[in-house]
Design a protein around this ligand. Structure first.
Ligand code: ADP
Ligand code: ADP
Length: 224
């Protein structure tokens, strides 16, 4: 029933070299469906490393990482890439929208890349997602003409395009003023509750972290 389960996860950079350093020391973590969890910790504590492992962008050195019950260690790189596409949505501090594409086109992009050619169903799905983030009226505006908060809303809609059970949000409010940050946070919480999507939300904003279901704090590669 857990969307994500980590058991004894370790990560060593430069394994097998004199510079080998273990930066994650046995991480245990379970995230259930629909949970909204904050990940906090000082710079260098291992948040990016952990997020890269959970996002299937890098492999752990030791331990077990399961996504929807599936042990990822048994998968080759192609299978891992497919699992990532199906299972994980990403939201970053910078939105990484395509500036000269419209809001709607940006939201259609993951489905377009996954399935090949655009069709009416894809368009309507993207439009529904834009509606959920409150941007249906802006669907034909270029991404570059939207405000920072609006761009991050488009990025949230795009992260949901393939209906992933898990969204990794890496300081998604870090570039926004307090008011936009609050509203982007509220939107993510609403989306999570509404769709049953699990969110792991990396932030330095303690006020927002305290409003999550619970908080994971990393210090020196350990959950404290
Ligand atoms: P943040 O603190 O915002 O997470 P960092 O500066 O720690 O950012 O890391 C930015 C990127 O650089 C990450 O992808 C991380 O994996 C990489 N990185 C951090 N430290 C090192 C290092 N000592 N050697 C190589 N890459 C590193
Ligand atoms: P955070 O995101 O919390 O700032 P990171 O995961 O970026 O932490 O870094 C954790 C530790 O791992 C730091 O000591 C960093 O220098 C080191 N590190 C991160 N990426 C690399 C890398 N690619 N190669 C070597 N060391 C790295």
């Amino acid at each position: 029933d857990d969307v994500l389960r980590l058991e004894g996860i370790t990560k060593t950079y430069g394994a097998g070299t004199p510079a080998a350093t273990e930066v994650l020391h046995g991480i245990d973590l379970q995230l259930a469906r629909g949970e909204f969890v904050a990940l906090i910790g000082p710079s260098g504590s291992g948040k990016s490393t952990l997020l890269n492992l959970i996002g299937l962008l890098d492999r752990p050195t030791g331990g077990v990482l399961r996504i929807n019950g599936r042990d990822t260690a048994t998968l080759d790189d192609n299978a891992l890439t497919r699992l990532r596409g199906r299972s994980i949505g990403f939201i970053f501090q910078y939105h990484y929208l395509i500036p000269a594409f419209t809001a709607l086109e940006n939201v259609m992009m993951p489905e377009l890349l996954a399935r090949g050619s655009p069709d009416r169903a894809m368009r309507e799905h993207a439009l529904a997602l834009l509606g959920q983030v409150g941007l249906a009226p802006w669907r034909d505006h270029m991404a570059s003409n939207l405000s920072g908060g609006q761009q991050q809303r488009v990025a949230i809609a795009r992260a949901l395009a393939l209906e992933p059970p898990l969204v990794l949000a890496d300081e998604p409010t870090g570039n926004l003023d307090t008011k936009s940050a609050d509203s982007v946070f509220d939107l993510m919480r609403h989306v999570s509750a509404d769709r049953g999507t699990t969110f792991l939300f990396v932030t330095h904003n303690m006020a927002l972290a305290r409003r999550c279901d619970w908080l994971v704090e990393l210090v020196d590669g350990r959950i404290v």
